[in-house]
Every structure is written in C-alpha cells, then in structure tokens.
Design a protein around this ligand. Structure first.
Ligand SMILES: Nc1nc2c(ncn2[C@@H]2O[C@H](COP(=O)(O)OP(=O)(O)O)[C@@H](O)[C@H]2O)c(=O)[nH]1
Ligand SMILES: [Mg+2]
Length: 313
C-alpha cells in the first residue's frame, strides 16, 4: 500500500516525498513548569495566524496523554476539536532509544501530513528526552519560579539545547529572579556552548537577545503566563525569528544532517541487532551476558565471539 505520503524511490535513495516543511519546536523543562499549558497556548497563537499545528506529548504527566487533572483536560478540549490541530501522545513504555525513534517517526508523519508547526513536549529529565528535544529545529526550555530551584534546567542538563527560554508562571513571585539567574548563566557560559550555536559574542548576557551583531544566536529569555496566554505571542514570534535565523545561516542544513545521521544510525543498529540475534542459537546472548557478569570474559571479547559465530566478522 503506497499512499500519497509514502517513501518513494527517487535518484537512488529513498526519500520522504512530502517532508521537510514543518518547523519542529521542542518544549522541554522540569515537570510542573507549565509545558503542556504553554504548548496549548502556543498552538492557539499559531492557529490565530491560520497555521496548522501538530502536537506530540512525550510526557507521562501531560494532559494530552490523559495523566492530568480534569481541569487541564477540559482546557485542552477546544484544541482537540480543531481540525487544524492534531494531538498525539507517546507511550513512555519500552526502551528510551525506542521512544526517541518512535517520536522522530511521528514528527516525520506529521510533517508529511503538512502540519506547519510541530510542537513536541518532553520532560527535560532524561537523556532520551533531551535527545528528542535536540531533534527539534527550535528548542524552548521552560522554567518556572517556585519549584524549589531557581533554574531547574541547570540540573536537568538541558541548557545547552536551549534556543529560547520561557520563564513561565510570570504571575508568580520569583519570576524576575529566574530571569536574572538565566541571564547570569548566559554571561558565565563558556563561548560556543551548544551543539548548534555558532560562537556567541563576548558580551553574552549583556547585549540584545536574539541575533547578535556578529551573527551568533543568543537565546532570548521571555516571560509567559501560559494559563492566561500572556507573552505567548511574543514567544511564538521568537520561534519564528529563530526559524528565520536557521534558514538564513547554514544551521538548518547542519541540524538536518545531524537528525538524518542519528535516524539512520538508529535504524542500522536495530536491523543489525536483529540479523545478529536471528543467526545466534537461542539463549546464546543471555549466556554471554552471564559470563561477562561473572567476569569470565570481557564484553569486547564476547562481542567479537558472537559476531564471528554469526558470520558477521
Ligand atoms: N500561576 C500559573 N500557573 C500555571 C501557569 N502555567 C501553567 N500553570 C499551572 O501549572 C500546573 C502545571 O502545568 P502543566 O502545563 O501541566 O505543566 P507541565 O508538567 O510542565 O506540562 C497546572 O496546574 C497549570 O494550570 C502560569 O503561567 N501561571
Ligand atoms: Mg506536561
């Protein structure tokens, strides 16, 4: 079965015929910072501009995946009834690598289906979540005051993937403190931090946010009150500015290359593991693991033996 959006054989490579248009926005941060509410508000802000929105929630506590209080679910209902919005929640069962792969597959499908913006909510606590967020074109790291720590992202290790910071719950005390903490951190951060940012200016943290005179992107810090939609349009506009920045520099192509390399790598590893297991006698792998655990053999020797037994080395 090959529908309009299937992969087609063209010029010697498989390529998705309809992908590559949707801008993927990762929204990550500690639980309770207001990511789901912000994603909801951002989706509305995009809908107000007539753009279609795909939403992927990789957060087990997300209202989108049904784990929230009733009040939250009621709020999401109007979005769910909008044909210009598609909401998909990802199960968090199974391997973390599997989750990252499944999420990037869904991103591909939503892109192929023609959604203009794809918002991916992840909890910025684990490696897989960070990996998912870093697969986005633009990553928003959400902070909120009053969660016991001024800047939770420092602990979660998601700072280096931030393209934008949203200090949400700006109606609460301590929001300015959180902004200040982020600004200070930007000033202190080593030059060139981040896998996709070019060198930032020496005056990072003191200059204007966004595009610097030297062409570097300094993640702007915006305050939002997601529950009331305040600051959300400004945040949306920053996402668009960042998208423009990516297009105008070589950053977009570089990110796409990284994404492609990682997708191919995942698939190849999966397939090769499948081939290997199919060629080995049942129980062999488990027996090997037990031997390694008992220090009877080192893992490198064991791997070499398994590969050679399967005729792969
Ligand atoms: N006061 C205030 N509460 C908010 C704001 N944004 C979200 N919340 C509330 O914070 C709680 C957690 O929000 P949620 O979006 O589920 O956070 P998530 O875990 O990061 O997805 C909910 O009760 C929201 O209603 C905000 O801007 N101000
Ligand atoms: Mg959530």
């Amino acid at each position: 079965m090959c529908g309009a959006h299937c992969w087609v054989w063209r010029s010697g490579v498989f390529r998705p015929r309809h992908t590559g248009r949707g801008h993927v926005v990762g929204v990550t941060g500690a639980p309770g910072t207001g990511k789901s509410t912000l994603v909801n508000a951002l989706a509305r802000a995009y809908r107000a501009q007539g753009l279609t929105v795909g939403i992927i929630a990789v957060d087990p506590t997300s209202p989108f995946s049904g784990g929230a209080l009733l009040g939250d679910r009621v709020r999401m209902r109007d979005l769910a009834g909008d044909p210009g919005v598609f909401i998909r929640s990802m199960a968090t069962r199974g391997s973390l690598g599997g989750l990252a792969r499944a999420t990037s597959d869904v991103i591909l499908v939503l892109d192929a289906a023609g959604f203009d913006r794809i918002l991916v909510e992840t909890v910025g606590v684990g490696q897989a979540e960070v990996e998912i967020a870093s697969a986005a074109h633009t990553t928003i790291v959400v902070e909120a005051p009053g969660l016991g720590d001024e800047v939770q992202a420092i602990k979660a290790g998601v700072l280096e993937i931030a393209d934008l910071f949203a200090v949400n719950k700006a109606d609460r005390e301590g929001a300015d403190h959180a902004v200040l903490a982020l600004q200070m951190m930007q000033g202190l951060a080593p030059v060139g931090v981040g896998h996709h940012r070019p060198q930032r200016g020496g005056s990072a943290g003191h200059g204007e946010p966004g595009l610097q005179p030297d062409g570097a992107w300094l993640p702007p810090i915006t305050k939002t009150v997601a529950t009331r939609g305040e600051g959300v349009e400004a945040l949306r506009d920053w996402v668009e500015k960042h998208a423009g920045y990516l297009r105008e520099t070589d950053q977009l192509a570089r990110r796409e290359t990284t994404r492609a390399a990682s997708a191919l790598d995942h698939i190849l590893c999966d397939r090769l593991r499948g081939i290997l297991l199919a060629r080995l006698p049942e129980g062999q792998l488990t027996a090997c693991v037990a031997m390694i655990a008992r220090r009877e053999v080192d893992p490198y020797t064991a791997a070499a033996q398994l590969l050679s037994e399967a005729g792969l080395q």
